[in-house]
Design a protein. Sequence first.
Lengths: 198, 142
Amino acid sequence: MSRIRLLLWVLVGIAAVGGIFLALNPPPASTGQGQEMPLDTIGGPFTLVGGDGQPFASSRLAGKPAAVFFGFTRCPDVCPTTLARLTRLRSQLAKGDEAFSIVFISVDPERDRPEDVGRYTTLFDTPVIGLTGSPAQIDRVKKQFGVFSQKAPTSGGDYSVDHTATVFLLDRAGKFVATLSPEEGNEAALAKLRRIST
Amino acid sequence: MRRAILATFLVLAACGQSEAPKVEAHDAWARAVAAPGGMAAAYLRISNKGGEDRLLSVHSERGSGASIHMTRMSGGVMKMRAMPEGLPVPAHGEVTLVPGGTHVMLEGAGPLLAGDRFDLVLRFEKSGEMTVPVSVVAPGAR
């Protein structure tokens, strides 16, 4: 009996040391495969192309928080699912469309023309901003946000795009403040959105 | 005694192999898609009250091709891959095709409007073909 008690205390000791170690050495934030960057360098000003074919500068997002998601219009599952989730979360906040902007940035600039992202985002009965750009513009904004993407060939000679599925939350000034992950529960997500939209 | 145990085991093994699957498909739905020729995904639940089976392929009356795909998240990165070997349906169990997981990818299926209905034909290894109606829901509905 006393041996079991001793063993339990040893386990408690190991857990405590582990906890202290983790507290002193927090794992670095990761926003995608092989891309780790300090949180305060994520984001920054960008200029892309809107669904109307006109340049879209990130300064147009200022004054309102934003949820930024990278994807591609030929993505049938995760991209519409994530955008649908963001529209639902925004309506659950009950502060109207002004609570935060929902921004979709294509990581497939070769196939996604401005009219494609424009049409993709009109699907939702609430405003969603769709952006694409030249491959160079998209590369730059991906680097700014630490977003990974890579073509994955499909059997028909076509391709899908593997990409970071994290949602980036920006405050009113356009500064990166937090992420939402697909695995995260709605309550946690709502708490973060409430914080940036008040 | 040993012979009796062996016999029992063989009978049980034979039962396990030959039990016919009782597969049913439920609640098939797809999210609306705006673009003509756009990609879509269909989701459903497959229940099985019998022996194991396998969903081998899917045919859709909408679009140019339907295939079973799986979305995996690894290190925050979304990866979508075809499942050419099909989708196992366990004995006395169920599989669910849900957003962010296994789904039926429908190429060129757009536009799909909320309220539309179309048929999917599921082809199982043992249960054969089964037609299931798919309801198209508003994009933010679920």
